[in-house]
Design a protein. Structure first.
Lengths: 76, 424, 276
C-alpha cells in the first residue's frame, strides 16, 4: 500500500484536529492545577495498558495506539 | 515619570519587622549550594502485576510481570521489565464442524476427537519470556527523547525490537508534538517445520522464517482548557516476511452437502501495511476524570476496525480509586478470509479461516479498584474484566450442512489483573 | 516561573554572559521543578499528598518553610502558604463570578498555618490541606540565582524573573541599573516610575491580569486567609526595594495584605516603595 498524497492530506487533517478544536484558547499557568494531577494523562497506568494491548493484539486483527512499538509475539 | 535614586538617600531606620525578615531571609539564602542542589534525589518504583485470563473452553493465560523504574533527579528515567507468559488450552484450528465426529492431529502429533457440530480446536502449551527496557531523557525545557528495546522468546517465535520517540513541547507545554519510529526483527520457527501454504501440510521446510516490522508514529496533543486534554496519534506499520499462521487450516467441503472432506493450510500475503488513527481525550469533571478514545484502523488486507473505549475514574480519597470501563470493538474481515473452501474449485492465492481475521465484535466491561492497605506501603490494584467476542456464525457463503452450525460461537472471557506497586 | 526571565550582564564577553545565563536558567528550572505545585515528583507534591502523615523535608525546603512561618507570624496570619486551597473556588479571569458563602465556609477549614505542625524539619498537615510557595518562590529564585552568578564573575549583573529582580553592584563607570515600574493599566507599554538601583532587590505585588469584578468593584487576586475573600481596598500595585528580592517581595505582599493600610505599613518599615 503506497502512501499517496491523499493519505498525507488525510493524515494532516486528522493531526490538525486538536488545534482546530481549540482555536487559540490558552490556559494560564495558574490554571494548571487540575492538569497537574497524576491521573490527567492519556496513559496513567502503563502496565495495565500494555496488558490490554497484548490481550487485544492476540484476539483481534488490529494494532496500534500511541506507540511505534508493538507486537513482539507470535499471537497475531 | 519620576526619577528616583533610593541609594542616594540615607537609609531609614529598620523596623523590628524588617530586622526579623532580614534575618530569616539570610538564613534561607545561606543554605549551602550543595544542600540546595541535592534535590529530592532519585526515586525507584517497583511494579508487580499478574494477569489471569480465561476464555471459556479455550485458552487460559497466566502472566506475571515485574517492572523496575528509576527516576533520576535530572529528569532521566530508566525502566526494565521482565515478563512471563504461560498459555495453555485450545484455539480454533480453522477447520469447519462436521455432522459426524471428527478426529484431528495437532502439529506435535497429539490426536483428539471433535464432537459433531462443534468447531474443531487444537490444544497447545506455550511459554513466553519477554524483556523490555526504556530510557527517557529530557533535553532543556522542551524536548524529551525515549528509546526502548524489546526482546522475547517462545517455543516457536523470537522477537527483537527497538523503538524511539521524540516529543517537543510548544506553547508553554500546552501543545506537544511527538514523532516516533520502530523496527523489529522477528523469527518464526513453527513446531514440526513450516508447511507450504494452501497445501495438505505434508511438505515442510525447516529453519526459521523472518518477519520484519517497521513503524512510524506522529502524534499531537493539546491542552484545550483547564480540564481537557486531547490528542491524535497516527501510526503506520509495514510488515514483511512470514505473516502466515503455520498451525491454522481451512476445511475443504463437499460442494453440495457441505461436509468437510479435506484440509489445506492457511496462507497469507508476505506484506502487510497497517494504519491506525487514535483520538484520545481526558476530561476532568468536578471531582472525577473521564477518559475516552476512538481508534480507526485499516490495513492492506482490507481489515477495517473501529474501537471505542471509555473509562470513568472516581477517586474515593488520596489513596483509593474506582474506575469502571467499557470497550466496544468491531472489525470487518480481511479480503482473503473465508470460513472454508469448496472441493473442486481452484484454490485462491491467499486464504484463512482464522476468526481473528474475520468479521468480529468484541465487547469488554470491567472495573479497576486501587487501594492502599496500611501498614503495607505502596498501592494495590485489582481489575476484573468480562470480554465477549462474537464473529459471524452464519456467513452467506456457508454450504450445505454448514448452514446448520454456528460457525463462530461466542467466546466469553474473564480476566483479572492483580497489581502491586511501591516507591522508595 | 510563568514569565520571561532575563539576565543582564554588564561586561564585554559574550561567552561569559552566555555561561552566566545558563547557570541562571539551570537554577531557575531547578527551583521551579522542586517547588512547583504543578509537578508530581517533588517535595511539595509529597507534602500536599501526604494525607495527614508527617513528611520530613530537606534543608532547603525546611528553610523556605521556616521563612514562610516567620512571614505568617509577622503578618498576624495574613500571609499564609496554606491559603492556596482557596484558589479552588476563586477564578480570577476578569469575569464576575464569585464563590458562594457556603463554598467559602467549606473551604476555610482547610486554610490556616495554625493547623499545621512544623517541628524539626517535619511537617504534619491535615489531609486535603495544601501549601503553595508561589508567593515567595520566584523572589527566592532571583536571590539564589544572583548569588550563584555573582560567585562566577566580576561583572555586575541584574537578574529579572518576570519583574521581580535583583540588581548587582554598581556598574562600570559608576552607573547604576535603571528599571521602570509598570503602569498597571498599560502593562508592558508604559512606565510610571523610573528607578536607579544597585545592590538591591525589587519586587512588585499585584497583578493587572488577575482580578474579578464584583458589584462594580475590582477585586485583586490576593486573598485574605481569614475571610476567604480578596483583601479589601488592596492597592493595584505595590513595589518595594530592599536588600534582597526575597525581602522586597515579602514586604510588598505584606503591604498588599494590609489593604488600605499599605502605604502606612511601608512607611513604618522605612523602606523605599511605590504604590499605584
Amino acid at each position: 500500500m503506497k502512501v499517496s498524497a491523499k493519505w498525507w492530506l488525510r493524515a494532516g487533517v486528522v493531526l490538525a484536529f486538536p488545534g482546530v478544536l481549540a482555536g487559540c484558547a490558552t490556559v494560564k499557568p495558574w490554571d494548571r492545577d487540575l492538569l497537574a494531577e497524576g491521573r490527567m494523562r492519556f496513559n496513567p497506568c502503563p502496565m495495565l495498558h500494555s496488558i490490554d494491548e497484548h490481550i487485544y493484539f492476540s484476539k483481534e486483527a488490529s494494532m496500534g495506539g500511541q506507540d511505534a512499538a508493538g507486537g513482539g509475539c507470535g499471537c497475531n | 515619570m519620576q526619577l528616583e535614586t533610593p541609594d542616594d538617600t540615607p537609609a531609614p531606620p529598620q523596623s523590628a519587622l524588617r530586622e526579623r525578615l532580614g534575618t530569616a531571609a539570610l538564613a534561607l539564602l545561606l543554605v549551602p549550594g550543595a544542600a540546595a542542589a541535592a534535590d529530592s534525589g532519585a526515586k525507584t518504583q517497583i511494579d508487580y502485576t499478574t494477569l489471569l485470563y480465561g476464555e471459556q473452553g479455550r485458552a487460559q493465560v497466566v502472566e506475571p510481570i515485574l517492572r523496575a523504574t528509576r527516576l533520576f533527579s535530572d529528569g532521566q528515567l530508566l525502566s526494565l521489565q521482565l515478563g512471563f507468559d504461560s498459555i495453555t488450552g485450545a484455539s480454533p484450528s480453522g477447520a469447519l464442524p462436521s455432522g459426524r465426529v471428527q478426529t484431528q492431529t495437532s502439529p506435535s502429533g497429539h490426536v483428539t476427537t471433535v464432537p459433531a457440530g462443534e468447531i474443531p480446536t487444537t490444544s497447545f502449551v506455550d511459554r513466553r519470556t519477554g524483556l523490555d527496557g526504556e530510557w527517557q531523557k529530557p533535553f532543556g525545557q522542551r524536548f524529551t527523547s525515549t528509546i526502548g528495546v524489546h526482546a522475547s522468546t517462545e517455543k516457536d517465535y523470537d522477537s527483537l525490537g527497538v523503538n524511539g520517540k521524540l516529543s517537543v513541547d510548544l506553547m508553554q507545554h500546552l501543545f506537544t508534538v511527538t514523532v516516533g519510529a520502530g523496527y523489529s526483527d522477528d523469527s518464526v520457527s513453527p513446531v514440526g517445520g513450516t508447511p507450504a501454504g494452501l497445501s495438505d501440510g505434508t511438505v515442510v521446510t525447516h529453519g526459521a522464517n523472518a518477519k520484519r516490522v517497521s513503524s512510524a508514529l506522529l502524534g499531537v496533543s493539546r491542552v484545550l482548557s483547564r480540564r481537557w486534554l486531547v490528542g491524535v496519534d497516527v501510526t503506520r506499520f509495514e510488515e514483511n516476511g512470514y505473516l502466515t499462521e503455520p498451525y491454522k487450516v481451512l476445511s475443504l467441503v463437499d460442494q453440495v452437502t457441505g461436509s468437510p472432506l479435506d484440509q489445506v493450510t492457511d496462507k497469507r500475503p508476505s506484506t502487510r501495511s497497517r494504519t491506525s488513527v487514535l483520538f484520545s481525550s481526558v476530561y476532568h469533571l468536578t471531582d472525577d476524570v473521564v477518559y475516552g478514545t476512538y481508534r480507526y484502523y485499516t490495513d492492506s488486507w482490507k481489515v477495517r476496525s473501529n474501537t471505542l473505549d471509555f473509562s470513568y475514574r472516581h477517586d474515593l480519597d488520596e489513596n483509593r480509586y474506582f474506575e469502571p470501563h467499557v470497550r466496544l470493538y468491531k472489525q470487518t474481515a480481511a479480503d482473503f478470509f473465508t470460513v472454508g473452501l469448496v472441493v473442486g474449485q481452484p484454490l485462491p492465492e491467499f486464504a484463512t479461516s482464522d476468526y481473528r481475521l474475520g468479521p468480529l465484535t468484541t465487547f469488554t466491561l470491567g472495573a479497576t479498584y486501587a487501594f492502599h492497605f496500611d501498614p503495607v506501603p505502596g498501592q494495590l490494584k485489582l481489575r476484573v474484566d468480562y470480554i465477549r467476542q462474537q464473529g459471524d456464525g452464519s456467513p452467506a457463503n456457508a454450504v450445505g450442512v454448514q448452514r446448520n452450525f454456528d460457525l463462530a460461537p461466542t467466546v466469553n472471557t474473564v480476566s483479572a489483573v492483580v497489581g502491586y506497586s511501591f516507591k522508595f | 516561573m510563568a514569565s520571561p526571565c532575563t539576565v543582564l550582564v554588564d561586561g564585554d564577553d559574550p561567552e561569559e554572559a552566555m555561561a552566566l545565563v545558563e547557570i541562571a536558567a539551570e537554577e531557575a528550572w531547578r527551583i521551579e521543578r522542586k517547588f512547583s505545585r504543578y509537578r508530581s515528583d517533588n517535595p511539595i507534591y509529597e507534602i500536599n499528598h501526604a494525607a495527614g502523615r508527617p513528611v520530613e523535608v530537606d534543608a532547603e525546603t525546611a528553610q523556605l518553610i521556616a521563612y514562610a512561618t516567620t512571614c505568617w507570624e509577622l503578618s498576624d496570619g495574613l500571609f499564609d502558604i496554606t491559603s492556596g486551597a482557596l484558589r479552588r473556588i476563586w477564578t480570577f479571569d476578569g469575569g464576575t463570578k464569585v464563590p458562594t458563602r457556603q463554598a467559602i465556609d467549606e473551604c476555610l477549614p482547610l486554610v490556616g498555618w495554625e493547623r499545621v505542625s512544623w517541628v524539626d524539619s517535619t511537617l504534619t498537615m491535615p489531609a486535603k490541606m495544601e501549601i503553595d510557595l508561589g508567593g515567595i518562590g520566584k523572589e527566592y529564585a532571583v536571590d539564589r540565582t544572583a548569588g550563584l552568578i555573582a560567585a562566577q564573575t566580576a561583572c555586575s549583573c541584574l537578574v529579572n524573573f518576570g519583574g521581580d529582580l535583583y540588581a548587582g553592584a554598581v556598574r562600570r563607570g559608576a552607573r547604576t541599573w535603571t528599571t521602570g515600574i509598570d503602569d498597571p493599566d498599560r502593562t508592558g507599554h508604559a512606565a510610571l516610575y523610573r528607578l536607579e538601583i544597585a545592590r538591591a532587590g525589587l519586587a512588585t505585588s499585584g497583578d493587572a491580569r488577575r482580578f474579578v469584578t464584583w458589584r462594580g468593584r475590582r477585586l485583586g487576586h490576593i486573598l485574605n486567609p481569614k475571610t476567604g475573600w480578596p483583601v479589601e481596598d488592596a492597592p493595584r500595585s505595590v513595589t518595594v526595594v530592599a536588600p534582597t528580592c526575597l525581602e522586597a517581595g515579602t514586604l510588598s505582599t505584606l503591604a498588599t495584605l494590609q489593604g488600605a493600610g499599605a502605604r502606612a505599613f511601608l512607611e513604618q518599615q522605612g523602606v523605599a516603595h511605590w504604590i499605584v
